[in-house]
Write a protein that binds this ligand. Sequence first.
Ligand SMILES: [Zn+2]
Ligand SMILES: [Zn+2]
Length: 275
Amino acid sequence: MQIKFHGSRGSIPAPGIDTIKYGGNTSCVEFVSDEGQRIIIDAGTGIRKINRTQFNDKILLFFSHSHWDHLQGLPFFNQIFNPDARIEILLNARYYDGIKSDLLKQMSGKSFPIQFDSLPCDIKFIKIEEKYEIDSNLYVEVFENAHPGGSSAIKIVNKNKIFTFSTDNEISIMKERKTYDNFVKFCSNSTILAHDAQYLDAEMKNKKGWGHSSIQDVCDLLIESQIQTGFFTHHDPERTDDQIDDFENIIAEKISRSGRLTTLSGAREEDVIEI
Ligand SMILES: [Zn+2]
Ligand SMILES: [Zn+2]
């Protein structure tokens, strides 16, 4: 399987000389299975960079939720203007109506000149009730994140390889709601986990309830889920490359104390991971 990060910034695009290394585009990750099926997660501004890709098959597009930084790139995804494109939008059944309506509203003429209903591509909306089988080698599962307005984590299982992506999720709230243990089970055995770490523990007292995790909580999640390879994403728009690099010290300390062989790195735009 292949994973490519096209946008790892949270909240709002943050282009500039201080954000070149990790990138300024908002949430978008592209997954390609061993058999070549592509699943795009979120349509933040990073999705525009997929426009150079050759699509030979249907395009699966999953939305974690419909905050702006996760859907504002959709009107600039060139495949929606391709009459030959087949796009299936996968949504957690729980948020199906809300996200669908937000996608339509975004292209209703007020915020963008082209209307969703007039798009020439073939777009279908699909509800995921916990699990959705794409083909005999590939299925996805969703899990409820802790985030204002709701958000979903997605686990993509491609035979014996697993990619789990959870952004816009506040682990400390999951602990209060007692959903954390099940979340650890959901993430366990992932080949790769990418998780929101917008903040540091020291910042959480002013950001509690905003729906994002601290890097320290993500370290613990990786350790408790026994995952070897993790990426943290949804970088705060105010965070410079140097400041994100400094997360390494916290990660090294937390992970060495656990005695586990785990790596946790900042997701960088254009990073490609092949497993
Ligand atoms: Zn976000
Ligand atoms: Zn959000």
